[in-house]
Design a protein around this ligand. Structure first.
Ligand code: ZN
Length: 275
């Protein structure tokens, strides 16, 4: 009987220990702030101070920003801006891959927990499982001066010179607001049709060396030859996935033991792990 009590006590103690480890991470050596070299290394920005960004840990005040009824992009901007230390840094000017990288950095320093749980689906045996990704072991693809992607395209039919760019967070926030506004006024318009050109517009920096406002760009794209538009879309495709967190993650299906690739979606799990 005494033995049994002991075993039960032991179990209980272990349970409590596990629980404590889960909820209260190792709280020694907490860094209140940390500086992160951006995957872009600032090479796509005019502001020289935007090579690396110093973030401080989130407080409850910032955690509440996540609950606002804003678009995802706007929430990310406000959240990162609030935790950014240093003058003259506008998070809205960062490329999306820099923003995503910083979000994962903020999660790491704020939650003191490097495990990110991603829901996976095995294409071999159709099992659903959760992969625990260690955020401290992610591979980051950095831009290198002298080996930057090709931003210049000459359109095959019209011979117009296009300079592409990486869209900024501000660009996508504006895109979202434009779409919402547009759909309010044109309720029967197809969203797909709208995204067909608006999604490309945010990647266009210059047309024949000059800048255009969104309305001019819409007009410009509308009147393009479809072969020319295809050339723009191809150029954009080559820019995507070059830099930032390498989100092609390999794990083993616990059911059939075969290799499964998955991405790194930003979900509610990032700042409120629950799985
Ligand atoms: Zn499987």
């Amino acid at each position: 009987m005494a033995d049994l009590m002991n075993t039960q006590n032991q179990d209980k103690k272990e349970e409590i220990k596990e629980f404590e480890e889960e909820v209260v991470p190792n709280v020694t050596n907490i860094k209140s702030q940390e500086t992160f070299l951006l995957p872009s290394k600032g090479l796509f920005y005019t502001n020289q101070n935007m090579k690396s960004i110093t973030l401080r840990r989130m407080t409850v005040k910032e955690d509440k920003i996540r609950l606002r009824n804003d678009g995802e992009d706007k929430i990310r901007k406000n959240l990162l801006q609030a935790c950014t230390i240093g003058e003259g840094i506008d998070i809205g000017q960062l490329t999306l891959f820099d923003v995503n990288y910083l979000l994962f950095c903020l999660r790491r320093i704020s939650l003191l927990n490097n495990i990110y749980k991603v829901r996976c689906y095995c294409p071999h045996c159709e099992a659903e499982f959760i992969d625990e990704v260690d955020l401290s072991k992610l591979k980051i693809k950095y831009a290198e001066e002298g080996n930057l992607p090709n931003f210049d395209i000459i359109l095959p039919i019209s011979k117009i010179k296009i300079k592409l760019k990486y869209p900024s967070l501000n660009n996508t926030i504006m895109l979202r607001e434009n779409i919402i506004e547009y759909l309010k006024m044109n309720a029967d318009e197809e969203v797909g049709e709208l995204l067909y050109e608006l999604g490309d517009i945010i990647y266009i920096d210059k047309v024949n060396g000059g800048s255009m406002i969104t309305e001019e760009l819409e007009d410009f794209i509308d009147n393009l030859d479809i072969v020319d538009l295809r050339a723009i879309k191809d150029g954009i495709k080559k820019l995507d996935g070059q830099y930032g967190i390498d989100d092609d993650i390999l794990c083993k299906c616990p059911n059939c033991k075969k290799d499964v690739h998955h991405g790194l979606p930003i979900t509610g799990e990032l700042f409120s792990p629950s799985l």
